[in-house]
Ligand binder design. Structure first.
Ligand code: ATP
Ligand code: MG
Ligand code: ZN
Length: 542
């Protein structure tokens, strides 16, 4: 294969431009109705078809074939353009010809009639690179274009184009091409070039190209030279330095099972195998995002850029993970990607994230620090003097505490829980009363209270409903004799974000080696259940 694949496979007709139908269809209609504008601006990310479409339009405008068949790619004009020897088509690369003289030269020539075709066509690529005076010169031309001239400006940075120029152009935004469409195009090339390619390998190439078709085709080219006209998933993973999908799924299994030990062992293996941890972490976040989508929609069709088999495995994990844990994990592992890049210890931020996500309840301060908010929190009305939402804290910063858990009140509420439930029954009804039976832990601080519902999302969401929660808050406020806003949470511990206590008794039976490691080596602080262990409250460093 001598020419690069992406050159060889430049789209030659509107139908061959993948993923930009909103542009190509409009242009075809304009050609058919003879309403082609004087000037177009094609904007969009690199490698999405702007230059290709500009050339196709140039061909179509001058093509000798009957309407509806243009460009024919057979007539003299079409062939001349394809071979780059058509004098009525002027392609200017503004990146290298950006001076006012270059544009003046264009202006001087624009008056001449086309020599062969119907139109003289100017394609100005990277138009945002023009100097200010060059833009002014261009504007003059665009304001009074000769009837036989057509302009196509292309740019990846439309925000750098002066509004005066923009207003003279009909604008088309090229979009990033979705991975499934890229993969399909790659398959088409593979078929035409007669080589074997695994579907999953093509999907992986497509995903890594992030919407840029040129990159995808180049990568395919690279794989071919590497794999002797065979493209396999293993090969693509090797070339991309990617971790195989199964490893990521195994890691998520450990997260779902809250098995930090298993996850740490896996990270250890990755390190030993020389895998790039930021990339691994990125894939973890991508898969978690897929899990989140499944949990929220239960619609695998939204994940059509992933292989069916992977989606099946993710669906199993989606059932296993609490939705709140998924969100927390996405936030925490996303933060870890950045932290990993600046870490003096290559694996530490990932290990920390893993431990915090899997041992979330033990590491309350960190959880608050990473802004973990139970789902119901957004539904509670913050009381007038409730602490403001926590700012996004930089990693390693000491957790903030705006209030301490009011142990006295917390204990009073817990010891009179049956009484409280009786009041709920009369004030808020039998159903709410039944839902509150699921509460495993409570916490009160200042003007906030939290109820933890274990993993009973059904009961939690029932109480957290917008038309239920204020009523329960009122009953609770009356019961405790003070204004409180209530949060409903999942988990075995009621946690008020930003609220920290110190322990008198260890949170688990016997020391957990993992916790000890986190405390002694990683500087973590342990916040146990304030109810289970009668507390000495203390504000943490602020
Ligand atoms: N929408 C597309 N459909 C099919 N192939 C495409 C598409 N977009 C890009 N390609 C492939 O990428 C190559 C480069 O495309 P093109 O020059 O049109 O991109 P561009 O948008 O002008 O990029 P740049 O902003 O970098 O100039 C083409 O030769 C073709 O192989
Ligand atoms: Mg281009
Ligand atoms: Zn033609």
């Amino acid at each position: 294969m001598s020419t690069a694949l992406y050159r060889k496979w430049r789209s030659q007709t509107f139908d061959e431009v993948v993923g930009q139908e909103h542009v190509t269809r409009t242009l075809q209609n304009a050609l058919r109705d003879d309403r082609v504008a004087h000037a177009y601006l094609f904007s969009g990310p690199r490698g999405t078809g702007k230059t290709s479409t500009a050339r196709i339009l140039a061909k179509a405008l001058n093509c000798g074939a009957p309407e509806g068949e243009r460009p024919c790619n057979r007539c003299a004009t079409c062939r001349a353009i394809a071979e780059g020897r058509m004098i009525d088509l002027v392609e200017i690369d503004a990146a290298s010809n950006n001076s006012v003289d270059d544009v003046r030269e264009l202006r001087d020539k624009v008056g001449f009639r086309p020599s062969e075709g119907r139109f003289k066509i100017y394609i100005i690529d990277e138009v945002h690179m023009l100097s200010g005076s060059a833009f002014n010169a261009l504007l003059k031309t665009l304001e009074e274009p000769p009837p036989h001239a057509r302009f196509i400006l292309a740019t990846t940075e439309p925000h750098k184009i002066p509004a005066t120029v923009l207003s003279r152009c009909q604008r088309f935004d090229f979009r990033r091409i979705p991975a499934p469409e890229i993969a399909q195009h790659l398959q088409h090339i593979a078929d035409e070039e007669a080589f074997q390619a695994e579907t999953e390998a093509l999907l992986m190439i497509a995903r890594s190209a992030q919407g840029c078709m040129r990159d995808a085709v180049s990568l395919l080219d690279q794989m071919l030279s590497f794999g002797h006209d065979q493209v396999s998933l293993a090969q693509v993973q090797q070339v991309l330095g990617a971790v195989n999908t199964q490893t990521v799924l195994d890691f998520l299994d450990a997260v779902a099972a809250r098995n930090a030990r298993q996850g740490l062992a896996l990270i250890h293996r990755l390190m030993a195998g020389g895998v790039s941890l930021p990339e691994f972490c990125q894939q973890v976040v991508e898969q978690l995002r897929a899990i989140m989508v499944l949990q929220m929609t239960n619609d695998p069709a939204l994940l059509d850029d992933l292989p069916a088999e992977t989606v099946q495995q993710l669906a199993a994990q989606a059932r296993q993970l609490e939705p709140t844990t998924t969100i927390h994990a996405i936030k925490r592992f996303s933060a870890a990607i950045t932290e990993l890049k600046g870490s003096f210890q290559p694996q530490l931020p990932l290990e920390m994230a893993l431990i915090e996500v899997t041992q979330g309840e033990i590491f309350a301060p960190m959880v608050a620090n990473s802004q973990f908010q139970p789902a119901a929190r957004s539904q509670t009305r913050p009381a007038a003097s409730a602490p403001p939402p926590l700012p996004v804290a930089a990693a390693g910063e000491a957790p903030r505490s705006d209030a301490a858990v009011d142990a006295e009140t917390t204990r009073r509420l817990w010891s009179r829980w049956k009484e409280f439930l009786a009041q709920v029954r009369t004030q808020n009804g039998q159903q709410v009363n039944a839902a509150l039976q699921a509460v495993r832990d409570v916490a009160v601080a200042d003007q906030r209270a939290a109820f933890a519902f274990g993993n009973n999302e059904f009961s939690r969401s029932l109480v957290a409903k917008l038309d239920v929660l204020p009523g329960v808050s009122t009953t609770l406020s009356k019961f405790l004799g003070r204004e409180l806003s209530l949060e409903c949470q999942l988990g075995d511990r009621a946690l008020l974000s930003g609220v920290v206590t110190t322990a008198q008794t260890p949170p688990t039976d016997g020391p957990d080696p993992l916790v000890e490691y986190a405390v002694s080596d990683l500087g973590a602080q342990v916040a146990p259940n304030p109810v289970a262990s009668p507390p000495t409250e203390k504000r943490t460093r602020s």
